[in-house]
Design a binder for this molecule. Structure first.
Ligand code: KG4
Ligand code: ZN
Length: 339
């Protein structure tokens, strides 16, 4: 039963290839979380086609909102505010969610709240876990971003490092496309890697020994391509499972080394993992192992909150709502928005 002072937020997420709407109560309780995935339309191209994404968002957005409201068992009038992702992401998709949220907020005379998608991925952890102790080292890894953050209070982050080129998920997607394994690349590579030997091929771990928290994955993608061409030229058989396992191990080594470096330098009580790549079990298990001697807990969101969804956007919007941090209706989409 909703109380009068409950804060109910309708949140929309359309930055990539999921059209999503959620109703979130008081920042943590998910009343509904609807995700219409467009993966089937993009799969045959081996990646997201922006024009197709925009059209599908337009087609899906209203039914997805209607379902989110019905499943939450509320009426539009019960909402406290309407929120939407305004970046980073594909501009066409962002505009669909943003314009819809603004129109709804305007029509209902309710506040509108623009949310940074990456902050959403981080806050997904605060929906799944209520006991995260700060200060936190947070690795947020997705198809569009790879950032290492340190924060004492959620809301004010220090960015320790970020990728200088491709995002970690993008590397999974590009390597999977090159190996013709399908899209999205992360889950298929993780699956194939299970039968492979992670030490079979020694790919270079970029920046791993350098005094930086930055990442770089584009050289690794090229290394995989060169390795395959080389084998083909020599007419040698390819072991796809070994390539997948060695590639995945290299990405994990690069990510984990920077987390451990941060733990050496910053007083930390918890480590959190977020973004689509946080769904990778091999990465989670490796981080858990590495954290054992430190006694620190590792948190990651429930699986459905790891990949793109609107509940995470509703959670960020709640904290903005309580701070009266509303956005003007003139807020534009920002495809390159940073944290
Ligand atoms: O957060 P997300 O749904 O969308 C973006 O904000 O980009 O993340 C999607 C990314 C894709 O690159 C996908 O390949 C990757 O997350 N991903 C994974 C796994 N599941 C999804 N990467 C590695 N292992 C996985 N199991
Ligand atoms: Zn995302």
């Amino acid at each position: 039963m909703d109380r009068k002072d409950d804060i109910l937020i309708l949140a929309l997420e359309t930055s990539c290839d999921e059209t999503a709407a959620a109703v979130v109560k008081n920042g943590q309780e998910i009343e509904s979380n609807i995700v219409a995935s467009q993966i089937d339309w993009h799969r045959k191209y081996g990646g997201v086609v922006p024009e197709i994404a925009s059209r599908k968002h337009l087609e899906f957005i209203n039914p997805v909102i209607a379902e989110a409201i019905t499943e939450a068992g509320i009426k539009f009038e019960d909402l406290s505010a309407v929120a939407a992702t305004y970046g980073p992401g594909l501009v066409g998709g962002l505009l669909v969610g943003l314009s819809t949220a603004k129109a709804l907020a305007y029509a209902m005379g309710k506040p509108f709240i623009g949310v940074n998608h990456i902050a959403g991925h981080i806050y997904a952890n605060f929906i799944s876990h209520s006991n995260i102790k700060t200060p936190v080292v947070c690795l947020t890894v997705s198809g569009g971003h790879t950032d290492l953050l340190y924060f004492i209070n959620p809301g004010s982050y220090d960015i320790l490092g970020r990728t200088r080129d491709d995002a970690a998920g993008e590397a999974f997607d590009k390597v999977a496309r090159f190996l013709k394994l399908g899209y999205p690349g992360g889950p298929v590579i993780e699956d194939r890697a299970r039968q492979g030997n992670p030490a079979a091929i020694n790919f270079t771990r970029a920046l791993i020994n350098e005094d930086t928290y930055d990442f770089s994955f584009s050289g690794l993608k090229t290394a995989v391509i060169n390795y395959v061409h080389n084998k083909n030229q020599k007419n040698e058989e390819l072991n796809i499972a070994d390539i997948a396992a060695s590639f995945q191990e290299t990405v994990i080594d690069m990510l984990v080394s920077k987390v451990l470096k941060a733990l050496d330098e910053y007083e930390t009580r918890s480590v959190i993992l977020s973004g689509g790549v946080a769904a990778n079990r091999t990465l989670r298990n490796r981080l858990k192992e590495e954290l054992k001697p430190t006694g620190l807990s590792l948190y990651y969101p429930d699986n459905e909150l790891c990949t793109d969804n609107a509940a995470m956007i509703g959670s960020v919007a709640y904290y903005k709502y309580v701070n009266r941090d509303f956005s003007p209706l003139s807020l534009n989409a920002n495809p390159n928005l940073k944290l």
